[in-house]
Design a binder for this molecule. Structure first.
Ligand code: ADP
Ligand code: ZN
Length: 209
C-alpha cells in the first residue's frame, strides 16, 4: 500500500508515519529526513539545500523530487508511507507521474497547537526519534531512550521560523488537500487534543485505510 501522510509542520506526521511503519511493516520515507541526511553528509547538494531548510523555506521542487526519486529506487515493493511530500501542487503532479498513491491522510491541527509543539520539540541526532521537552521527555535529559544518541533542537524550530513555515504551508502546501480531495484519495483526521496519545491517533489512521 502506498500512503501519503499530509499536514502542516508540527502536525505529528513523522510520529504517525513511524508508528504506521511498525504496524504495517512498510518503509517510512520522510523527505525532511532525506534533506537533513543530505545536509549531514556535507555534499554540494547538502550545502545548497541547507539555506532553505534553516530558514524554514521549501527546497525547490525539482531538487526535492530528485532526492525522493533516488530513495524510491530502493525497497518499495511492499509500498511505503511517504511523509513531507508532496508539499506543492507541482510536487503532487510529479508524484503522480512517478507512482500511483492509494490513500492520503490529512492531519488537521490548529496553529496554536503547532506552535506550542514545535517550540518544545527535540530530536535524536543519531536515529531521528522525536521527543518533547514538555509532553514526551526522554528518561535521561538530553539522551535518546532508543539509542543513547544526543538530543538537539532543530534550527527551524525557532519561533520566527515556525511562523514562516506555517505561512508557506498555507500558501503553497494546503492547496494539495483539494488536489487529492478531487481525486477521491483524501481521508481526514483531526488532531487537536494534546492529551490524546500518538498510539490512539495511529489506531484511528489504521481504521481509515
Ligand atoms: P516540518 O516539520 O516542517 O514538516 P520536515 O522535517 O518535513 O519539516 O522538513 C524540513 C525541511 O526540509 C523543510 O522546511 C524544507 O526546507 C525541506 N523539505 C522537506 N520536504 C520538502 C518538500 N517536499 N519540498 C520542499 N522542501 C522540503
Ligand atoms: Zn536515538
Amino acid at each position: 500500500m502506498k500512503i501519503v501522510i499530509f499536514g502542516p509542520p508540527g502536525s505529528g506526521k513523522g510520529t504517525y508515519a513511524s508508528l504506521l511503519k511498525n504496524r504495517l511493516g512498510i518503509p517510512h520515507i520522510s523527505t525532511g529526513d532525506l534533506v537533513r541526511e543530505e545536509i549531514r553528509n556535507g555534499t554540494d547538494l547538502g550545502s545548497e539545500i541547507k539555506k532553505y531548510s534553516d530558514a524554514g523555506q521549501l527546497v525547490p521542487d525539482e531538487v526535492i523530487t530528485e532526492i525522493l526519486k533516488k530513495r524510491l529506487l530502493l525497497d518499495i515493493s511492499k509500498g511505503f508511507i511517504l511523509e513531507g511530500y508532496p508539499r506543492s501542487i507541482e510536487q503532487a503532479r510529479q508524484l503522480e507521474s512517478i507512482t500511483k498513491i492509494d490513500v492520503v491522510i490529512n492531519l488537521n491541527v490548529p496553529d496554536r497547537v503547532i506552535v506550542e509543539r514545535l517550540s518544545t520539540r527535540i530530536q535524536c541526532k543519531s536515529c531521528g526519534a522525536i521527543y518533547n521537552e514538555r509532553t514526551l521527555r526522554p528518561k535521561t535529559a538530553g539522551k535518546c531512550d532508543r539509542c543513547g544518541g544526543e538530543l538537539f533542537k532543530r534550527a527551524d524550530d525557532q519561533p520566527d521560523v515556525i511562523l514562516e513555515r506555517l505561512r508557506i504551508y498555507k500558501e503553497t502546501s494546503a492547496p494539495v488537500i483539494d488536489y487529492y480531495r478531487t481525486r477521491k484519495l483524501l481521508k481526514e483526521i483531526t488532531n487537536d487534543d494534546p492529551n490524546v496519545s500518538p498510539e490512539i491517533v495511529g489506531d484511528r489512521i489504521l481504521n481509515l485505510i
